[in-house]
Design a protein around this ligand. Structure first.
Ligand code: ZN
Ligand code: FE
Length: 255
């Protein structure tokens, strides 16, 4: 049996997600950006919230934790190393840990960089990754706490997942990310095509999230420091991959 994912627009540009296992009846919300739309979705689906899986401590990800826990008596799973900043945390997990959601194994990746202690959740049997603010469609999270080297190390873990992985990130930033991506790798044909699709989706009010990891690898500049075109455009031919990544991130910060 497949897991069901229900995507919930929250706040101005966040996505919340419910993930539901029919066999066990378990339902988790990935982060708690906004309580009302999460509760509305639960009501509409007829699902009972059993878990909160937090990617990181920012308010638009963990701000609804305590209210939802109070209402649903659900279990909050979050980063052990960042437990002090995860309101109401019950179960502490860290890089490489696996836990069961019904019969489905969930693997935890530490993807520090945007924050220290940011984690991602991989549901391998369903090819689903919840990447929070670490990996975005065509982008990556701003480095508020970590170093470029740390973020590159984090993203390198996600790159190893199968191309068929469905990436559910936490924000609708894709159109702005595409403009930046084209500025640093204008000759990338897959990126050109994707940028057109993104414009069409946004013009008709549709989400650009989720995306496939294979497509991210082909088009997201933050996963492409090995690209000779990107390296040349940055003036960093043959440079260390961390350096290429760092320069890409620096340019995005100033774009
Ligand atoms: Zn954040
Ligand atoms: Fe966020």
């Amino acid at each position: 049996h497949m897991l069901q994912v229900h995507q919930i627009p929250c706040l101005s540009d966040n996505y919340g997600y419910l993930i539901h296992d029919d066999d066990s009846g378990m339902t988790a919300t990935i982060d708690t950006p906004e309580v009302a739309p999460i509760n509305e979705a639960l009501k509409q689906k007829g699902w009972r919230l059993t878990h909160i899986l937090n990617t990181h401590h920012h308010f638009d990800h963990a701000g609804g934790n305590l209210e939802l826990k109070e209402q649903w008596d659900c279990t909050i799973i979050g980063s052990g190393p960042d437990a002090d900043r995860i309101p109401g945390i019950d179960t502490k997990v860290d890089d490489g840990d696996e836990f069961l959601f019904g019969d489905h194994s969930v693997k935890v990746f530490d993807v520090s960089g945007h924050t220290i202690g940011h984690i991602a959740f991989h549901f391998a049997d369903s090819d689903i990754l919840f990447s929070g603010d670490a990996l975005f469609s065509l982008g990556c999270g701003r480095l508020f706490e970590g170093t470029p080297a740390q973020m590159w190390q984090s993203l390198s873990k996600l790159i190893k997942l199968p191309d068929s992985t469905i990436v559910y990130c936490a924000h609708e930033y894709t159109q702005a990310n595409a403009a930046f991506a084209l500025s640093v790798e204008p000759e990338n044909e897959a990126l050109q095509a994707r940028s057109k699709e993104i414009d069409e989706l946004r013009a008709s009010g549709k989400p650009t999230v989720p995306s496939l990891l294979g497509l991210e690898k082909a088009t997201n500049p933050f996963l492409r420091p090995t690209s000779p075109d990107l390296q040349r455009n940055l003036g960093l031919q043959g440079a260390d991959l961390t350096e290429v990544f760092a320069e890409t991130r620096r340019r995005k910060d100033n774009f």
